[in-house]
Design a protein around this ligand. Structure first.
Ligand code: AMX
Length: 466
């Protein structure tokens, strides 16, 4: 009985000190596998908590805006609320308070597997709780059952030129999937706004379920003979089905995809893809339209396309210097890249100031499974050489590698060599975070986003007057 007298504060404290004990406590109190019902019970409490917080602190200042921030991509402006994850500049991402190593330890795994299942990460992102095996299994099954594509999306994909970039194909297919939007239909029929989140949830679950089928169709059309992707196995997990549809049957590659799809899911609210989904969703565009907009941002070379850019850059090194490049040769190559006005892809970050833990866990995966791979060894050498050079430029705020510096190497090793496909995998994973956030955006009734902009003349006048 004493267990049940633990107060909320005590639970938070226990969670910090003994994450596994706290997981067990939560799982005891919430064993249902019905995610929507769990959310339905949580949402009114969270609405109340936010309401009373805003009542007390609505007018409290949380920061200042400088002219440099306005011209400088809004760096450092605290202007968004995102519940699913928080990015610490030194420590990296925490999903609902859990670091990547904690997620690797605590989230359910596939039978015989050692990497977390992305289904569990989604459960964590949307509820804040580490799920049980049964809860994760229920999500795998539900996604497998919702995976079927409408005929017009299959026709669209099969008629797109194979030369069209896979991210453009993905974005087009996701936009076309909005024919299926339950939210758009409910809105058109005049549903009350207190019910919006339920339809956003339904669309999000459908979209996440369908994404691997869309992505696998794009892969097979673009790079293989376009033959069928096969049927979904409803007894298997999301990543297993995805890799099978792509045409791979290596259990180690499936484990890599489970890790990959977990760690690329969310990076708090201000990055281009997450912010775009949140912004477009705030106009009450349905989850398909909102996510397609986010994908178009993810397709930029400074954001998700960087993993493709890294591979192109590595290939150039291999071609020009070879696999056995010395540190001196690498230094020359990196300086040449910088002097030609290009960025070193896979390095730097707008928020992070240390090596990205998503890089570290992929490096650990490589050390475990492919320590002698030539490309991995090149990437390891580059890890030594790039940071001091970027520091020497005197302007790069973070000289350390981000997630994109490592992901392509692993995919190459397992035979997925088509580098302009890599951002599609990122996109499939990113859906987990941004759609979990979108459900909460509507549950909390966040309004249409509309920050104030000023002209340079107006800004000058305002500052002169002040
Ligand atoms: N190589 C060369 N120059 C770099 C650099 C890099 N990797 N990272 C930053 N810089 C430069 C910037 O271009 C900027 O130069 P400028 O003043 O001449 O315009 C200067 O250093 C200051 O930039 P910053 O404040 O350190 O970074 P930022 O917040 O403006 O940009 C990012 C962040 C990620 C866009 C940048 O580091 C970059 O372009 N990196 C390479 C591309 C990349 O890896 N992107 C993936 C990021 C992770 C992701 O979203 N998937």
């Amino acid at each position: 009985m004493a267990l049940f007298r633990i107060t909320t504060t005590r639970i938070a404290e226990t969670q910090r000190v003994f994450p596994q004990l706290s997981v067990l406590l939560r799982q005891l109190s919430d064993a249902s596998t019905d995610l929507k019902a769990i959310l339905a019970a949580r949402i009114p409490k969270e609405q109340e908590r936010v309401k009373s917080f805003r009542k007390q602190h609505g007018a409290t200042k949380v920061g200042e805006v400088t002219v440099d921030m306005m011209y400088g991509g809004m760096r450092g402006i605290k202007g968004l609320v995102c519940e699913t994850s928080v990015l610490d500049p030194d420590e990296g991402i925490r999903f609902r308070g859990y670091s990547i190593p904690e997620c690797q330890k605590l989230l359910p795994k596939a039978p015989g597997g050692s990497e977390p299942l992305p289904e569990g990460l989604f459960w964590l992102l949307i509820t804040g709780d580490i799920p049980t095996d049964a809860q994760v299994k229920a999500i795998s099954k539900e996604w497998a059952e919702r995976a079927e594509l409408p005929a017009h999306v299959v026709t669209l994909l099969n008629n797109l030129p194979t030369s069209l970039h896979p991210m453009s194909q993905l974005s087009a297919a996701v936009t076309a999937l909005n024919s299926e939007s339950k939210f758009a239909k409910a809105y058109a029929s005049g549903v009350h706004k207190s019910k919006f989140w339920e339809y956003i949830y339904e669309d999000s679950m459908d979209l996440i379920a369908k994404l691997p089928v869309v992505a696998a169709t794009i892969y097979r059309n673009s790079f293989k003979d376009g033959s069928g992707i096969g049927a979904i196995d409803t007894s298997k997990d999301w990543s297993y089905n995805f890799t099978t549809m792509l045409g791979y049957d290596n259990p180690e590659f499936v484990e890599l995809m489970r890790l990959y799809l977990t760690i690329h899911s969310d990076h708090e609210g201000g990055n281009v893809s997450a912010h775009t989904v949140h912004l477009v969703g705030s106009a009450l565009s349905d989850p398909y339209l909102s996510f397609a907009a986010g994908l178009n941002g993810l397709a930029g070379p400074l954001h998700g396309l960087a993993n493709q850019e890294v591979l192109i850059w590595l290939q150039k090194i291999r071609k020009q210097i070879g696999d056995k490049a010395t540190e001196e040769q690498l230094k020359d190559f990196i300086w040449k890249t910088l002097k030609s006005g290009q960025v070193v892809p896979g390095y730097g970050h707008a928020v992070l100031r240390k090596t990205d833990p998503r890089y570290t866990c992929q490096r650990e995966f490589a050390l475990k499974h492919l320590p002698n791979d030539a490309l991995f060894q090149l990437v390891s050498k580059i890890y030594k050489v790039v940071p001091p050079i970027l520091l020497e430029t005197g302007k790069v705020k973070n000289p350390w590698p981000n997630v994109d510096a490592h992901s392509g190497v692993l995919l190459q090793y397992y035979g997925l060599k088509e580098m302009n496909y890599y951002t599609v995998l990122f996109g499939v994973s990113r859906a987990l975070g941004v759609l979990a956030s979108l459900v909460w955006d509507r549950a909390l009734g966040l309004p249409i986003e509309r920050p104030k902009s000023m002209s340079t003349d107006g800004l000058m006048k305002a500052l002169k007057a002040a």
